[in-house]
Design a binder for this molecule. Structure first.
Ligand SMILES: C[S@@+](CC[C@H](N)C(=O)[O-])C[C@H]1O[C@@H](n2cnc3c(N)ncnc32)[C@H](O)[C@@H]1O
Ligand SMILES: Nc1nc2[nH]cc(C(=O)O)c2c(=O)[nH]1
Ligand code: SF4
Ligand SMILES: [Mg+2]
Length: 216
């Protein structure tokens, strides 16, 4: 199949339980909860999105004809400081978007594993994840049905008026994070998340550290 990719870049994972790790980010075009156009935001299911995922015009973006071609392109961004396998580290790709599970399929998962990569995914949980993902982050959205109820980490953007974190606590995840909603209320949202984590210790605080340090 053909994959539509907004951008591909090497950065440090900014969020969640793998924050600080180098990773190649592959941001797929398109989402099922918002068109991505500002004029549609107020009527979208997901209204707080911080990301431009329209088109294929970002850095290293484009249409990729098949999984092998996309996997090889992603792999080309992994740094090789020496020939030493240990120094190369565990290669990591983060598939995000937009909504990556609209495009990520078993063929691409197999092609990334063949390139020696671990595969992380950032998803809104409205689509069932294919098998073979090594680190699955699900971030539920108020007003959208949560279909994918298991994974590695659950990362709730907080607060969302119609989602009580307590209603998610029995889902099958290893880590539970509150991530303060960025936007005009960012400071107040961070204080509310801190307060919630202090009183409900199942939950940890996930900061968007890439924004704090000014990297992509
Ligand atoms: C842009 S989304 C793409 C992946 C997928 N569509 C999703 O929503 O999980 C990447 C991550 O950023 C989070 N996010 C989006 N907008 C945010 C905001 N304004 N503040 C904090 N986190 C946000 C999402 O919840 C998700 O965890
Ligand atoms: N550095 C960095 N870390 C991230 N973790 C999740 C991101 C995303 O947009 O999915 C993201 C991102 O956009 N940049
Ligand atoms: S589901 Fe994810 S990509 Fe889609 S609009 Fe919401 S935060 Fe953005
Ligand atoms: Mg982001």
């Amino acid at each position: 199949m053909t994959y539509s990719v907004k951008e591909i870049f090497l950065t440090l994972q900014g969020e969640g339980g793998q924050a600080g790790r180098a990773a190649v980010f592959c941001r797929f075009t398109g989402c099922n909860l918002w068109s991505g156009r500002e004029e549609d935001r107020a009527k979208a299911i997901c209204q707080f999105c911080d990301t431009d995922f329209i088109g294929t015009d970002g850095v290293n973006g484009g249409k990729f004809e098949n999984a092998a071609e996309l996997a090889a392109t992603i792999a080309s961004f992994w740094p090789h400081p020496t020939q030493d396998a240990k120094a190369t580290g565990q290669k990591l790709v983060v598939f995000t978007g937009g909504e990556p599970l609209l495009q990520l399929d078993t063929t691409l998962i197999d092609a990334m594993h063949a390139q020696g990569f671990s595969i992380a995914v950032e998803s809104n949980g409205t689509v069932t994840a294919p098998a073979g993902i090594d680190w699955l982050c699900i971030s539920p959205k108020a007003g959208a049905e949560l279909v994918q109820k298991s994974g590695t980490e659950l990362k709730l953007v907080f607060p969302q008026p119609d989602i009580d974190p307590a209603a998610l606590e029995n889902l099958d995840f290893q880590h539970f994070w509150l991530q303060p909603m960025d936007g005009p209320q960012q400071a107040a949202n961070t204080q509310a998340a801190i307060e919630y984590c202090l009183t409900h210790p199942l939950w940890g605080l996930s900061l968007q550290t890439h924004k704090l340090i000014g990297i992509p």
